[in-house]
Design a protein around this ligand. Structure first.
Ligand code: ATP
Ligand code: MG
Length: 426
């Protein structure tokens, strides 16, 4: 026997049973994005490696050790995208969307990071992202937090915590960085291996350490709040007041730094206690310097990305009510005349009822075996099309899960009757 080829470690299939959760999330997200005036943009999943080195930052874990990079046939270094913001900015600059204009955009799709696969951490994972360009905030920062809160509410997800922080401007951060460097250097012997590496290149990232042995040391470190100028402080006060006014609970976490270099001022994260160590389901913030850094004019921007797998896991844990994707109607047919006419009948029904989920039996078999399949499909109605019905241009409609009688209707009248029995709108 030939050998089976397996999927790549950390890259998962989503089978139809789990896909109901994905569709529920996707439907809700698209509805909520539209409700806030965000428009969809579709971006390539591969970019020049330089975009991420410059965009995400070459001292981040993502660029230092997680990029899926390779030389294409022309000898140029390409990378599968590890996140969407750099691409969104690249596209915005390239197509002139950001110059003297504001934009509210959303995207979704797979992201790739060469991380150690574990619960909540994959090498191919998926995100929804939103990015707003051209607003200095904090009104848009507040809007995006409200948007994400609404999405979780629409989905029926509860128990999430919102943490916010400010990272100030690059200048403010430079001063803070020196203070942090001094603090951690004095305690060099307490640093773990990752933190030693981060100390010289980017000591802020030490605050992001997930190592519990580092927690006390980090708790004692100076905080950026003490290094903010008046404009950044006012921005942060406005942010806090704005989310409070909307009745959204939050805590200020002065250690929240995020794993990407481009953030300025606002950062936030929605966290859960129900998924173990990988507890961030949605992370975002402001990145006022990125557009100019990638060759555009100076444009303030803010955005977030939501980890679809983690939200789906949470929906599963919380038994969120799903959109139903099972067939509503199963069309059974027996006899040669019926078999010849059944696809025409099905097409008529689909013409008349475009939202109807109709599965036509295929593969023959007895009436009884077809009915078993109808039952197993979860359909609420079975339609029966035999040679008699074919001769009379009729259908039998049989409700599956109650005692109502089977009824015979003409094919012309069938769509209205089916819509009625299923409670379909329109
Ligand atoms: P984390 O701290 O969990 O590694 P991050 O700071 O790397 O997250 P971002 O790059 O901001 O995360 O990505 C936004 C969201 O994408 C995260 O909040 C998380 O829900 C999800 N995410 C990030 N990396 C992964 C991964 N490897 N597998 C699954 N989901 C991920
Ligand atoms: Mg990460």
């Amino acid at each position: 026997m030939s050998q089976r080829i397996q999927s790549i470690r950390g890259m998962h299939d989503v089978l139809p049973a789990e896909n109901a959760l994905w569709r529920t999330l996707e439907t809700a997200a698209e509805q909520v994005f539209a409700a806030y005036g965000y428009e969809q943009i579709r971006l390539p999943i591969m970019e020049r490696t330089g975009l991420f080195e410059r965009g995400v930052g070459d001292t981040t874990d993502i660029v230092e050790k997680e990029l899926y990079s390779f030389e294409d046939r022309g000898g140029e270094s390409m990378s599968l995208r590890p996140e969407g913001t750099a691409s969104a900015v690249r596209a915005g600059v390239e197509h002139g969307l950001l110059h003297n204009a504001t934009q509210r955009l959303w995207y979704s799709g797979p992201m790739f990071r060469y991380e150690r696969p574990q619960k909540g951490r994959q090498r191919q994972f998926h995100q929804f992202g939103v990015e707003a360009f051209g607003h200095i905030g904090p009104d848009v920062d507040i809007e995006q937090i409200a948007l994400s809160a609404r999405l979780f509410r629409v989905l029926g997800i509860t128990g999430l915590r919102l943490e916010i922080n400010t990272l100030g401007t690059p200048d403010e951060r430079a001063v803070y960085r020196d203070a942090l460097h001094a603090y951690f250097s004095e305690r060099h012997d307490q640093l773990d291996e990752d933190s030693v590496r981060r100390l010289e290149r980017n000591p802020l990232r030490i605050l992001d350490s997930k190592n519990p042995n580092m927690a006390d040391l980090i708790a004692g470190a100076p905080t950026l709040r003490d290094y903010l100028g008046e404009a950044s402080s006012a921005h942060f006060r406005g942010l806090c007041d704005g989310i409070s006014a909307l009745g959204i609970d939050y805590t200020v976490n002065p250690r929240l730094v995020r794993g990407l270099d481009y953030y300025t001022r606002t950062v936030f994260e929605w966290l859960t206690d129900e998924l173990g160590a990988q507890n961030a389901v949605c992370s975002g913030g402001r990145f006022d310097g990125l557009v100019s850094q990638l060759g555009g004019s100076d444009t303030p921007a803010t955005g977030f990305a939501l980890g679809i797998e983690r939200v789906v896991a949470l929906m599963e844990a919380q038994n969120v009510v799903l959109v139903d994707l099972a067939p509503q109607v199963y069309l059974v047919h027996v006899g040669d005349a019926a078999a010849a006419g059944v696809s025409g009948v099905a097409e008529c029904l689909r013409d008349a009822l475009p939202s109807l989920r109709l599965r036509v039996h295929a593969g023959g078999g007895s009436f009884k075996s077809q009915f078993k399949k109808a039952d197993k499909s979860g359909a609420r109605l079975a339609l029966i099309f035999g040679d008699d019905e074919a001769a009379d241009a009729c259908l039998q409609i049989k409700p599956m899960n109650d005692d109502r009688e089977q009824e015979r209707v003409s094919i012309d009248a069938a769509p209205a009757r089916i819509a009625d029995l299923l409670g379909l709108a329109g």
